[in-house]
Design a protein around this ligand. Structure first.
Ligand SMILES: Cc1cc2nc3c(=O)[nH]c(=O)nc-3n(C[C@H](O)[C@H](O)[C@H](O)COP(=O)(O)OP(=O)(O)OC[C@H]3O[C@@H](n4cnc5c(N)ncnc54)[C@H](O)[C@@H]3O)c2cc1C
Ligand code: FES
Ligand code: FES
Length: 1225
């Protein structure tokens, strides 16, 4: 792609692609039309704040603000879009603002970035630039409105808008409370008391003081400026040189027809019609199209026309614009019913995807996907209920179809274009035979993994009904109804006509509803292969029940034309309140308030103080550099993995799909190209090959590495690769733990890692009054979902050396693996890691292979090679959490005291051992939180032909805690006792703790769990709320609440960790630690420790040492023995390592300081250091902190109370409140 960036207006711009990024002009020639805005920005511009995470519009890491100038009205429209799906050619004439454009270190940070940083709203920071841009877009748009002028320092944004502004942005580290606080701090209606913990103000300060301490926001200076040079030329898409770009933007239906016609008569070149291109987020087509036709400039496709018969929406109108139109007060006066229906449709559309997808996704595109590809559309379901009419053009032919006819047809031909959709007014579909006392009920439903957007529905539904009072009885007559269901694993949305027919004309009663439901059950049946089919069918029933049952349960009356008894007046209220038709609040605020209480101790200032996270502001401005942000060195190549799709097979060869020769491929590297040992990872627990040799042992195993000129070409090539397998005479693969047991396929656990049994099981069982025998639990796997996928860059250096930048939790081990794989001495290799965009255990062992694959390819090709693993491959190869099967027998007394627990645990470790041998120890650590009397267990690591599992976020602890609580709940239910009483009676005494944990149990005073337990009961009003919940459950038939108090005991095991502290001539301090910064704040804690430890030299200027410390990237040659960053102990041990270094430095500096003091009366830090340099004092100290055996293991305690509500009809659960007390020691 040829690019020029200039700041002047060029005369040649008329026909080329011109746009601005952060005010900088870009002018492009010969663009591959399938290039996305994200691909362009990340590879051709310095603006790396746009991150690639999901690549499918689902996470918000790539959000930019897109501004369009309307020269007719001299107006700028600003909205957020995802850059991972937006095609570059479609931004012609637009201005793009990224996080760097919002604010940066050179021109000054924006208060958004400062507040994200100060509210502790950024941990690994990979999501943060996208979050900041989303909030920026919301501020820009709110401040454009003619709402009342806010108080100084605030914007016109409301709290609710602030919360929603980041609704589509995913964060995997931080938790949304601080993020939302940062957003809400701009809202005009915010209650300052509601804003949580931050580094701006101290507890108890007045609102005025708090406001004064916030980084100031001046909305007048905060608008987004559209570049004048773009305004002048406003190069609309139509002006783009279509031939050069293979991008066509017809401006009339005639032009479109002739383009389609030419294409049809053509030589078979492929063509794609697009609007927002968001469909690619779902279908991820890998085929390249020769041409694109952008429909957005054809007036007929962009209209929004309202008349008394309804609203016509052009097919290219975005969902956001459609929502606006449906909600807006009209010049056309619609009836109350019509308004209600339009509003309900708009409300439902607001749950589609996220704001930034809705800003570019078109209504027509959605319906076409539903029609052609059976996409589980919400729009099809809601519009089917109102008999929407579609205008279709095929060649010269135009036809109007009802949505039902449209959906029922065979897939639309590629030359057919949807022009517009007419949503008729309710009156047009009203049953005219109904009298005036007939009322309309209209409701839409949707059940999805998340309540608001970014999750496709399990099922959606729309119901309308005309009801009237029955003349001869007190009940309600259902005159007619329309029941639409979709997205449940069906080809397209359907009307349940049989049920409609059955219900029409019926007096509503429980019997009628029951019959209707029985009938419905025979109609809503997901197709084979749909996940959770029974749940989906039950949702259909549940929703119909929810719609109709209130009409049966209560006495009814229609007076003044309104249906009483159901708060039906609300149907006609033009209110902004989110209420369902029965008056219940449908959308409570996304997040309620929270409070954090932290006890501080000044003794070790600034250790332990909640200061702003090091680097958080750079993360917010997108200037923090992650591995894939490092500019590509000259001649850099890109790799992609070819992995096995067979669980057990011989690999005979690899070829590309016939007729599809991928572009840009340089090499396909397999085990045959490895110069040293075929090693993908190596730890003390075992090894894993880099590539399968003759045999692949599991689906997802690496087989080869395609190297190409770009990441896109490498990914396409890997997808086109066909592996030839041979399974002849091979045993069947082992695909379950049961099969592994049958075939004795296990990994060994070293005896030193196998925990000890506690007590005498037979005695414990004999003492029991009751026994539960051989109960079973099965636990599944889980994916890490770090926002930054696995990534590495290998750069060959002189003399067979290699520098590898890797996003890894353990550079030391990658270093060793690479050296062995390349067959070179360790000193030839250098692995560098600055920060991770999330790790969660997944960037331990699995990241070694990624780094090693790049190193092998770079070594062979003698060119730099990098990879940014695409999300799908990452999910398939990374393994994730260990699934397991648990069988337990438990003995207990009549009072709930457990006397013995026996566990048989089969852990599915997959094909390679990875770090699975740590699992037994980790599991037992968490499981022993209760006094089980006697505890006996048999844990087997099953070797199967499934993906090799790795450590993941509290590996083993999570599963074991679940098992412990499941056993407790089982015992409670067997005895019909309160679960909390069973938990209480089985909490450890210090004696039993000692028995279960030996030396890790510590002194009696250190066992704080019982006091935490009681304190939490008080602070959370646990007993009082338990009573209130009983009352709630008594009064509510379909919603139930539960509350539960759960303890945690976590056994910490410290590891040896290195540190190095050097003081530079100007008094600044540079630090290296073994640990890796991945969002946990390791650098911040290390800096605090150094500021404290060096302040002990006691000279002037040491109060602000914190500002003088910089922790630098981990470099496996500079800092050896770095080990693993894992197990929640690396910050602690890294801090201890640097403290020891500081002690050494202090020892060297103190005599000099004393001498200088005598001579000068006082000594400043800078003077002391300068004198140390002149006196040749060694100002660099390094150490390896090795924990001693008495302190290396200790216990952490915490407890939590959660109150949860479950909707029995839909299964929806809401966590109403959680209280946690954590003893940080
Ligand atoms: C992360 C994410 C979440 C989503 N969640 C939901 C959801 O919860 N519910 C839901 O209903 N939808 C959801 N969607 C789907 C979304 O609504 C559609 O992707 C979008 O509406 C398609 O519009 P588009 O303009 O981007 O279409 P494009 O991607 O540009 O086109 C889609 C297809 O339609 C064709 N096409 C487009 N317009 C026309 C036309 N006028 N005539 C003929 N062919 C045409 C194109 O050739 C292409 O094949 C989600 C999408 C994403 C990416
Ligand atoms: S939304 Fe674009 S990367 Fe996730
Ligand atoms: S800080 Fe949000 S993903 Fe890490």
């Amino acid at each position: 792609m040829e690019t020029t960036t200039t700041t002047t207006t060029s005369t040649s711009t008329k026909r080329c692609l011109v746009f601005a990024v952060n005010g900088q002009r870009f002018e492009l020639f010969n663009v591959d039309p399938s290039t996305t805005l994200l691909q362009f920005m990340r590879s051709q511009t310095p603006f790396k704040s746009v991150k690639l995470s999901c690549g499918e519009g689902g996470c918000g890491a790539c959000i930019v603000l897109l501004s369009k100038y309307d020269s007719v009205h001299d107006k700028v429209e600003d909205f957020s879009v995802n850059s991972c799906l937006t095609l570059l050619c479609s931004v012609n004439g637009c201005s793009i603002t990224t996080a760097e454009g919002v604010g940066n270190s050179k021109d000054g940070f924006h208060p958004i970035q400062e507040r994200f940083s100060g509210f502790h709203a950024s941990q690994c920071g990979f999501c943060t630039p996208g979050m900041c841009v989303s909030l920026f877009a919301a501020l820009v748009n709110a401040d454009k409105t003619n709402r009342q002028e806010p108080c100084p320092g605030f914007s016109k944004l409301t709290v609710s808008e602030a919360e929603k502004s980041i609704a589509g942005n995913l964060c995997r580290c931080t938790g949304y409370r601080p993020i939302v606080d940062a957003c809400k701090s701009f809202a005009t209606d915010v209650d300052m008391e509601d804003l949580g913990f931050n580094s701006f103000w101290r507890k108890g300060e007045s609102d005025e003081v708090k406001l004064g301490r916030l980084p100031p926001y001046n909305r007048k200076n905060a608008t987004c400026v559209f570049p004048e040079f773009l305004k002048k030329e406003t190069t609309m898409g139509a002006n783009l040189d279509s031939e050069g770009y293979h991008w066509y933007s017809p401006v009339s239906l005639e032009q479109l027809q002739s383009l389609l016609q030419i294409n049809e008569a053509n030589d078979g070149t492929s063509m794609k019609i697009i609007v927002g291109n968001t469909g690619m987020g779902y279908y991820k087509e890998l085929v390249r199209y020769d041409k694109y036709i952008d429909l957005r400039y054809i007036p007929e496709l962009s209209i929004i026309r309202k008349d008394p018969t309804g609203i016509e929406i052009g097919a290219a109108v975005t969902i956001s614009k459609a929502i606006e139109a449906l909600k807006e007060e009209n010049e056309v006066e619609f009836s109350q019913e019509a308004k209600l229906v339009f509003k309900k449709i708009a409300d439902h559309m607001e749950k589609i995807a996220s704001g930034f997808i809705r800003n570019s996704a078109s209504v027509g595109g959605n319906l076409i996907m539903a029609q052609r590809k059976h996409f589980p559309s919400d729009i099809a379901t809601i519009l089917l209920s109102v008999d929407a009419i579609l205008d279709i053009m095929t060649g010269q032919k135009r036809e109007k179809l009802t949505l039902e006819e449209f959906l029922g047809r065979p897939p639309l031909e590629s030359k057919s274009v949807l022009l517009s959709i007419k949503i008729p007014c309710w009156e047009s579909s009203r049953d005219v035979s109904c009298d005036n006392y007939t009322k309309l009920l209209y409701e839409t439903y949707r059940a999805a993994p998340r309540p608001l957007g970014n999750a496709l529905p399990y099922l959606n539904a729309t119901f309308s009904a005309q009801v009237s009072l029955c003349k001869n009885s007190t009940g309600l007559m259902l005159k007619n109804c329309r029941l639409v269901f979709g997205a449940y694993g069906t080809k397209h949305s359907i009307r349940a006509r049989e049920v409609e027919k059955f219900l029409s004309g019926k007096l509503l009663s429980i019997g009628v509803l029951y019959e209707a439901i029985k009938l419905l059950e025979t109609l809503v049946i997901p197709e084979d292969g749909t996940s959770s089919p029974a749940y989906r069918s039950s949702l259909a029933v549940g929703f119909l029940f929810e719609f109709l049952s209130p009409l049966i349960d209560s006495p009814v009356e229609i007076s003044d034309g309104l249906l009483n008894g159901y708060n039906s007046t609300l149907l006609f209220k033009n209110s902004n309140q989110e209420l369902d038709q029965f008056g219940q609040t449908k959308f409570p605020p996304l997040l309620s308030s929270s409070k954090q209480v932290i006890q501080l101790n000044n003794e070790y200032h600034p250790v332990g103080e909640p200061i702003t996270k090091t680097g958080a502001i750079l993360q917010a401005s997108g200037e923090a550099i992650y591995v894939d942000d490092i500019p590509s060195p000259k001649n850099c190549l890109h790799g992609a993995f070819i992995y096995s799709t067979e669980p057990l097979a011989r690999v005979k060869g690899i070829k590309f799909k016939p007729g599809l020769s991928p572009d840009g491929v340089i090499a396909v590297i397999s085990f045959k190209d490895i110069p040293g040992v075929n090693l993908g990872s190596k730890t003390v627990l075992g090894t894993e090959p880099l590539y399968a040799d003759e045999l692949t042992e599991g689906a997802g195993q690496r087989i080869a590495f395609v190297v190409a000129d770009t990441q896109k070409n490498a990914d396409i090539a890997a997808n086109l690769a066909v592996v030839v397998y041979d399974k002849e005479n091979l045993e069947p693969p082992i695909l379950s733990v049961e099969e592994a047991v049958e075939r004795c396929s296990f990994f060994k656990v070293p005896p030193s890692l196998y925990p000890k049994q506690v007590g005498d099981l037979s005695k414990g069982m004999a003492e029991a009054d009751h026994r539960i025998l051989s109960a079973e639990i099965k636990l599944g796997s889980q994916y890490y979902f770090y926002m930054e996928t696995q990534t590495a860059l290998a750069v060959p250096d002189e003399d067979n050396c290699m520098v590898v930048y890797s996003s890894i939790q353990c550079p030391e081990f990658a270093h060793d693996t690479i050296a062995r794989c390349l067959g070179v001495p360790g000193h030839n290799i250098r692995v560098i890691t600055r920060r991770l965009g999330g790790g969660f255990g997944g960037k331990g062992v699995k990241a070694m292979a990624v780094a090693t694959a790049c190193a092998v390819a770079a070594y062979k090709l003698q060119r730099p090679v990098r990879i940014y693993v695409n999300r799908k491959t990452d999910m398939i190869m990374s393994g994730g959490r260990h699934p397991m099967k648990i069988t337990y027998s438990v003995g207990f007394k009549a009072n709930g005291k457990i006397t013995a627990l026996k566990l048989d645990i089969l852990i599915d470790s997959g094909m390679f051992v990875d770090v699975s041998p740590i699992m037994p120890m980790h599991m037992l650590g968490a499981l022993k939180k209760y006094d089980w009397g006697a505890l006996s267990f048999d844990i087997k690591l099953c070797k199967t032909n499934l993906p090799s599992r790795a450590a993941m976020r509290a590996p083993g602890d999570v599963q074991a805690s679940f098992i412990a609580e499941a056993v407790i709940e089982h015992v409670a239910s067997a005895l019909s006792m309160e679960v909390d009483s069973v938990r209480n009676i089985n909490l450890h005494t210090h004696n039993s703790l000692d028995l279960f944990f030996a030396s890790a149990a510590g002194e009696p005073l250190e066992y704080t769990l019982p006091s935490i337990w009681d304190k939490l009961a008080n602070s959370s009003s646990f007993y009082h709320r338990t009573e209130m919940i009983k009352e709630f459950n008594r009064c509510h038939k379909w919603k139930k609440r539960g509350i539960s108090r759960v303890p945690i005991v976590h056994e910490v095991a410290m590891r040896a960790t290195p540190g190095k502290v050097s003081i530079l001539r100007d008094g600044s301090i540079v630090v290296e630690v073994g640990g890796i910064e991945m969002g946990q704040g390791l650098w911040t804690k290390v800096k605090q420790m150094i500021a404290y430890a060096l302040s002990l030299v006691k000279c002037g200027g040491t109060e602000d040492l914190l500002e003088k410390v910089r922790v630098i990237e981990a470099d496996s040659l500079s800092m050896i023995q770095g080990g693993f960053t894992a197990g929640s102990t690396t910050s602690e041990s890294s801090c201890e390592a640097v403290r020891l270094c500081c002690n050494i430095l202090i020892e060297r500096l103190v005599p000099l300081k004393e001498r200088l003091l005598e001579q000068m009366g006082s000594v400043e830090w800078e003077t002391l250091i300068l004198q140390a340099y002149l006196n040749s004092i060694n100002l660099s100290a390094s150490t390896l902190y090795v924990p001693n055996s008495s302190t290396m293991r200790y216990l952490n305690y915490a407890a939590a109370v959660s109150e949860v509500e479950v909707n029995l009809i839909t299964g929806e659960t809401t966590n109403l409140r959680t209280d946690i007390i954590y003893d940080c020691d």
